[in-house]
Each structure stands twice: as C-alpha cells, then as structure tokens.
Design a protein around this ligand. Structure first.
Ligand SMILES: *Cc1c(COP(=O)(O)O)cnc(C)c1O
Length: 713
C-alpha cells in the first residue's frame, strides 16, 4: 500500500485497504456495512471515511474483527462483489458494443464522489461523479480527468451577522482514497505543461471507482515555483489569470497525462467548456504526427463530445485574446503555424465584444454536442446561433440528454429495503425501466409512511448534532442554536431548499410576503418548517446577501424556530436533506436552471418536488408527482414574476400541500399525501436516473464517435 500511515492489517482481512481505496464502496450497501460494523462510532465521527477509520482503529480491534465470524463473512462478500464489479464480463456496454474500443476520456473541472474528497462545488461536480459511478455499473470503458485541488472547495461558516465566511483546509492525502498514479514503468506520473514561457510540473493522482479510474492533476510539487504550486490549490478560487492557467493545465495537461499513463482514448468528452483546451493539444499532436490542420481538426471533431451546462452567460468562460496569447505561448509547437486559425475557433462575441470563449471553442470542435434537459436544448440552440451561421434553429446540432442521478448513491437504504420486499427482485439492475416501478402501488401505506418518518428522524438527529457541536465548539448565541434547527419538530411538514445561493435561484422568494409565510409556518396544529442550506460562490456578493437575508429570518423569533439554516452544505448534508425532508422546493428564474438535480434526488426518496417549470421539471412534472409553481406573470418583468410566483407558491402550500400532509385517516396515515409520494418515486426513479442518462450518452454520442473512427481506419 502506498499510504505509509495505514496499520498492518491481519491477513484474514487485509484487503480492507482495497475496499477503502475504491470509492465503489460508497454506493454498495454491503461494503458500507463492512465499515459500519468495523467501528460504528468511528464511522460517524469520520463522516464515513474508511481511509481515516483504518488509520484510527487499534490493532486489538482488528484482531478481534479478524476472528469475528459475522464480520469476516460480510468482508468476504464485499471483497467478492468488488472483484466482480471490477472485472465483470457481462456488462451492458460489452453486450451492446463489445470490447474492441479504446477508452472514453471524460474531462471535468470538478467531481463530487464523496464528502471525504472535497474537489467539487456543486451540481456540475455531482453530475460528473454520478456519470462516472454509473459508467462503472454499466461497464463503460471510461477514465475521468480532473483536478486534485489540495485545498478543495471552501468550508462555510456563518458570522453572527449572517455573512458567509470561507475557510480552506489542506487535504491530507493520507486521509482520502487517492493514490499517486503510476506510469507503465512504475514511476509516479509527472508531466510538464507549458504555461506562458515556463514549464510547470503536474503530478497525477488516481481515484478508483469500480471499473472506472479517475486521474487528478496537481501542481503542488516542490519543483514548481510557489505561485505555480498554488495554481491547482483551490476550486474556482482565483482570478481570470488563475482560471485560464487552470484550464490549460486541465486541457493540455490532461491530454499529456493520459499519454504518459499509456492510455489512448478513442472518445474525448468535455464536460463543460473548462476543459476545451484538450482540443489544442490533440490538434497539435495530430499535426506533429503528419496531419494537415484541417485533417487534424476533422479527426478531433469526429471524436469529441461536449456537454454544455448553463444558459447563464457568466457560466461560460471567456478571456481577452491577449490573456490567451500570453498563457498559451509555450503550447503551440508545430501548431504555431496555424495559430490564427486556432484562435478563430474560440472567437465569439457574447455581447461585450469578441473574446476567446471556451464554450464556442468546444461547440466548434465537437461533433456530438448536448444540453442537459429538453428545455435547455431549446435555449442552447437559440443562444449559440452565431456558431452555426445560416442554420435554422431546429437544425442546429445540439441534442438534449436530460441529467439523471446515480440512484445507488442517492436512494436511502431504508427505502431500498422496502423496494426489495415489494418490487421485482431485479429492480436494482432494471431501475431505469418504468414498468419495474408500477409495483410501487403494492407497498402498504403504513410501511411507506413509517420509512418516511424514519428518514425525517435521521435528518433531525443530524441537524441537532451539528447544532450541538456549534454550540459546544464555537459558543454561538442561543438565537444561532435555534437558527441551526434545534427547535424543529420531527413530526411537522418540512420543506427543504438546498443549493448554491445565487440570484437566479431566488433563495428569498418564499419570504416575499413575510406575514403570509409566518401564518403558514406557525399555523396551530399544522405547522410547516423550512430548512435551508447552500454556499454562495466566494465572488458572488449577491448570493452572499441572499444568504444573509435568509439567515436573518432564521434568527428572527417571529418565525418561531421553524426556519433553519444548515451551514457547510456538501454531499453529506445533501444526503440527509434530500432523504429526510417532506417537500423539495426549487424556484429559479426561468429559463436559467438548465436542469437541476437535487429535486431528482429528493423525488426518488419520496420527497415530492415543488418547483417552477424550469430545467428537468418542465419535462418531469406529470400533474400527480409533485407541484408546479406557475405565477403566469408576463415575461421580462422580474418583479411581477417574483410576486406572482410567490403568490402561487403560497396558494399551493395553503390549499394543497399542507392539507394533503395533515389530513389523516383513523390510523393516522395521510393517504392523499402518500399517493403523491408514490408517484414521485415511480415517475422520477426510472426517467431521471443516471442509468438512463449514461445509456443515452453511450448510444447517441460515444458509439457514433467510436464507430466513425473504426470506419476511417
Ligand atoms: C445535488 C447537489 C447540488 C445540485 O443541486 P441543484 O438543485 O441541482 O442545484 C449541489 N450541491 C450538492 C452538494 C448536491 O448534492
């Protein structure tokens, strides 16, 4: 083992390190059970981090476990399942496409795999992580490429005034499931990347996810200058200069790293424009191998897939040409003769003059392009029209592949066990088949209601423990202990709102009419409570102001402690919230939410979505599986829209949601409520699964790229 800080394990259970070092464990119940049984206290204390647990268990404990028949049986089963997952020959991909193709390289600036590896900020990272996990399950030959970020994304604290404070903690690599990646000769993989007139060394780390491997780039090497060591330190932490340098490292460095590792991808998937410099290095390599510029561009196009993720203009990186010229100075090689042609590939005027636009570069150099929901497809075809001059809107080559979530990651154990009893026995393998879910009608109401109650209890236990630790460790005021959720009632209707705090997501919409909201929250016998969580991007002052306003309400006694803000939102908090709330609220300004995924996570857990008809909900809402907020205000009048949407939201709560939740029969069961819960699960679980999504990527984008390549050989 490469981690010198791990203890010597007894022979009988020595592959616990394999299990801990393959994040496959995170979505496989049997492996999770091994670590829970290992030491339940440590499991909780480390927020589910087996690498850290293995560093902390005592030799005596290990000796006892190695002789514990029950533990050893579980261990054997988990190891066998891991080996089967890594080596399986009967995967969907193999059945469909055979074993002949080279790997699919999936590039993303962030990956959300587990809370112990804080290399993600939000939705984009979760999508990338879920894509990789599902690719492992379906057997796709995928390798991921991203950043290691030794300081990751920030941790959030809230000041007494409600202002977000960011702190960065250095990740101790010995406490996370990452290892140095090795070349075929067995050396640590380190590649030089030209930046401006210098060369920066990039070390490559490896993360295992079943049959998928993820390679993470890191510039924090002693040989590099101090400012270069900092380049990959933080996710979205720096200015424009840092950003473009990071993108050169990801794109150019990523291609070089794969080559150094002996991998030759057949398809290159750029998840968002951040990674678009991949095409620069690839065109250069092809020219240096004897191709013409046009031939190289053609080859790159045929084998590049690009996914765009947002209609918000600020979400598309664009740089002044001089900045690009400066930092790409050392990257050209033989491609230098065609520098102007390359620069033209990125030239785009997004309203503030022509700049080098990473999305434009990707759109012009990828054959397979997709948006992330049906509605986002329409918006993208309209928005990027100048890329395809003279092409009618419907004919512009942007497909829609609606996002999905990796269900084994997001579905609660308690519900999965209920499904084991009542759904067809192969429901896990076939969870993207809608017919599997019709059997949800056979789950008895009382059993379903009991699970929903248990999940709400877990959420409140989690919230209380977090509030307790803030109280104990930071001596926060009593009002802030209330704002952390200590007065929440585990039997009351609980609405969750957790996502990045930013203007277009309108976190304050529900406070539009505070008196009406207070009446809803404090209603006698039918109280409603609200739980908020989310970080604002460090540079987003507007987002921080929204957060502050929400926090001020949370410490305001007139809301009766029925309003909580949970700090430091991450995957761990997200799991508790999407499983334990009763309703999931989403009220963006349409059409700015390209897809959204947290509502899918909630729905599959029986937490129906209460949302504007934007993103995935525009195609997901059936009339019976949640609620649609539709203020029907005239377009282009933001203030009227806010007022109308808020009023529509209150109406839904007062007339439909609160009565359905609190009307109980003689046995105390809310029958009407459970009908919505069932519909939410049965309609969302198959259609908005990462399984359905990855299959669509494979069939519509990866396979055509592989197939044309094979023909040309
Ligand atoms: C799912 C998830 C998101 C994305 O949420 P949206 O509602 O789609 O914006 C962001 N952060 C975390 C931690 C998540 O788990």
């Amino acid at each position: 083992m490469t981690n010198p800080q791990l203890p010597q394990l007894p022979d009988r259970i020595k592959r616990l390190t394999d299990l801990a070092y393959d994040l496959w464990w995170t979505w496989n119940p049997i492996a999770r059970e091994v670590f829970r049984r290992l030491d339940y206290g440590l499991w909780r204390q480390t927020a589910h981090n087996p690498v850290l647990m293995l560093r902390s268990v005592t030799p005596d404990q290990l000796a006892v476990l190695a002789n514990d028949a029950e533990f050893v049986r579980l261990y054997d089963a988990a190891i066998e399942a891991l080996d089967r997952a890594r080596g399986a020959q009967d995967t969907w991909w193999l059945h469909q496409f055979g074993s002949g193709s080279g790997p699919i390289a999936y590039f993303s600036a962030e990956f959300a795999l587990h809370q112990s590896l804080p290399i993600y900020a939000g939705g984009l990272g979760v999508l990338a992580g879920d894509h990789c996990k599902e690719s492992s399950d379906l057997g796709l030959p995928l390798v991921g490429v991203g950043f290691m970020y030794p300081q990751g994304y920030f941790h959030q604290k809230i000041s007494p005034e409600g202002w977000q404070q960011e702190s960065y903690e250095r990740l101790n690599w010995a406490e996370a499931a990452i290892e140095p990646a090795c070349t075929q000769e067995g050396h640590n993989c380190i590649v030089p990347v030209p930046l401006g007139n210098r060369s920066v060394l990039v070390q490559v780390w490896r993360v295992r996810l079943g049959r998928v491997k993820l390679y993470l780039l890191d510039t924090d090497l002693e040989e590099n200058a101090p400012w270069d060591r900092e380049l990959s330190a933080r996710l979205y932490g720096g200015d424009r200069e840092t950003r473009i340098q990071q993108e050169i490292i990801l794109g150019v460095g990523g291609v070089r790293a794969l080559k150094a590792l002996g991998s030759s991808p057949a398809v290159w998937h750029l998840n968002e424009g951040h990674a678009a410099f991949v095409v620069l290095q690839r065109i250069r390599d092809l020219i240096e191998a004897g191709q013409t510029f046009d031939g190289a561009l053609e080859e790159v196009r045929r084998t590049t897939v690009f996914t765009t993720h947002t209609p918000v203009p600020a979400g598309h990186d664009a740089f002044p040409f001089n900045l690009v010229e400066t930092h790409l100075a050392g990257c050209w090689g033989t491609l230098g003769a065609y520098r102007d042609r390359f620069m033209q590939l990125g030239a785009y005027d997004n309203g503030s003059g022509v700049q080098f636009n990473m999305t434009a570069l990707a759109l012009r150099t990828a054959n397979g392009v997709n948006a992330v929901s049906q509605l986002h497809g329409v918006v993208t075809r309209e928005m990027w029209g100048p890329i395809w001059p003279g092409v009618a809107e419907e004919a512009r080559p942007v497909r829609a592949i609606t996002n999905g979530i990796h269900e084994p990651t997001w579905l609660s154990n308690e519900l999965a066990r209920l499904f084991d009893e009542h759904l067809p026995s192969d429901w896990r393998e076939r969870h993207d088949d809608p017919s599997v879910w019709t059997a949800i009608q056979s789950i008895p109401d009382d059993a379903l209601w009991a699970v929903r109650g248990a999940l709400r209890e877990y959420l409140f236990a989690f919230i209380r423990e977090r509030a307790r630790s803030r109280w104990r460790e930071q001596q926060v005021s009593a009002a802030r202990v209330v704002a952390a959720g200590t007065l929440l009632d585990p039997n009351a209707l609980t609405i969750g709102f957790a996502r990045r705090f930013t203007g277009y997501k309108r976190p304050e919409l529900i406070f539009h009419n505070p008196d009406r909201l207070r009446a809803i929250l404090n209603a006698a016998r039918r109280p409603v409570q609200l739980v908020f969580a989310g970080k604002a991007h460090p540079a987003d002052e507007t987002g921080k102001h929204h957060l502050q306003q929400v926090y001020r309400h949370a410490i305001d006694p007139s809301y009766g402690g029925r309003l909580a803000f949970i700090d430091d939102y991450d995957l761990h908090v997200a799991h508790f919230l999407v499983q334990g709330c009763d309703v999931w609220l989403n009220n963006p300004r349409k059409p700015l939410e390209a897809s959204g995924t947290s509502g899918m996570k909630a729905s599959v857990n029986g937490v129906p979505h209460l949302s504007i008809g934007d993103g995935w909900w525009a195609e997901g809402f059936t009339g019976e599986n949640g609620w649609l907020i539709d203020g029907q205000a005239p377009p282009d009048d933001p203030e009227a829209t806010d007022a109308a949407d808020a009023a529509a939201l209150y109406d839904l709560l007062e007339r439909q949601i609160v009565p359905a939740f609190y009307d109980r029969d003689a046995a105390g069961i809310p029958r009407r409520w459970l009908a919505v819960v069932r519909q939410a699960i049965a309609t969302v679980a198959p259609r908005f699964s990462a399984r359905r999504m990855v299959r669509e990527y494979a069939v519509h984008l990866y396979a055509p790229a592989l197939w044309t390549e094979n023909v040309s050989r």
